[in-house]
Design a protein around this ligand. Sequence first.
Ligand code: F6P
Length: 332
Amino acid sequence: MKKIGVMTSGGDAPGMNAALRAIVRNGIYRGIEVYAFQHGFQGLINRKFSRMQRGSVADIIQRGGTILQTARCEEFKTEEGRAKAGKNLRDLGISGLIIIGGDGSFRGGELLQKEQGIEVVGVPATIDNDIGGTDFCIGFDTAVNTVIDAVNKIRDTATSHERIFVVEIMGRERGFLALYAGLAAGAESILIPERPTSLKDICEKLEHGFKRGKKHSIIMVAEGVGGDFYTNRDLRNTPAFALSEAIRDTMGHETRVIVLGHLQRGGAPSARDRILASRMGAFAVDLLCEGKSGVMTGMVHEKMVATPIKKALEQEPEINEEILQLSHILSL
Ligand code: F6P
């Protein structure tokens, strides 16, 4: 393996730059030429690339986002698009490609390997933390800390006005970010898609808290949550607003809503994410040098492991029941 490509794809995540830095520097250390492609798969198709030197990744370990930019690419979803990408890589003599991204990006990488013979290694980076084959994805720890910082500020005004705040958390169809951030932030309730909860149960728990003297309540609701509180059709896509309205109508208590949105995708990566990203990026280069591909890097019980992409994508990471139960007990 003398030349490899690297790209970032899908939703950005804090730590992507740290992973890129490790890929470039470990690649050069191992005598490999590293070519970085801009704008994800579109860059492969449009031949938007630059050859990376050690200095190309200076002063980025602390930066959120991705210096390579990222984008979702409709053209790559076609076989013709993937053939263009594969030809461009072969013409450049690039036989290995490291994709830093989420599950959708890995699916594209799998097709590129199967149809075009490019040796692909995935590095999981998504704040959703919804990929099998690893305990944590790059970006998740930073997003949890971003939510905590926001909720600390919300607590001040919630207490001053003795209000209920409904905080909507990203995570697409999964509740990992809401669960971990909810425990760490000391939320009164954590609503996740994996555990449907009724409006009645939510209001009973809120009443219990106010009766024992709570001055406010914070409810974390993952954006993918459904439920019986969608009384207002217009609020169907925003669980936080629907829930806030239903609670106010049921309890007569003042409620407010915060949708944290893309705030959760930004910020300087945490130490944990910088270390995870550096380890995974360097490991991805090692795997290609050992002739291993069609796999993704993972950290399981603090150890680096390689999992076949197909197997990882078939896994449905489970919600940690102990954390879910603990967050309930500690919020009573
Ligand atoms: O996958 C990461 C994520 O932030 C999800 O949590 C969220 O639902 C989605 O991306 C938002 O996508 P976009 O950035 O395209 O609006």
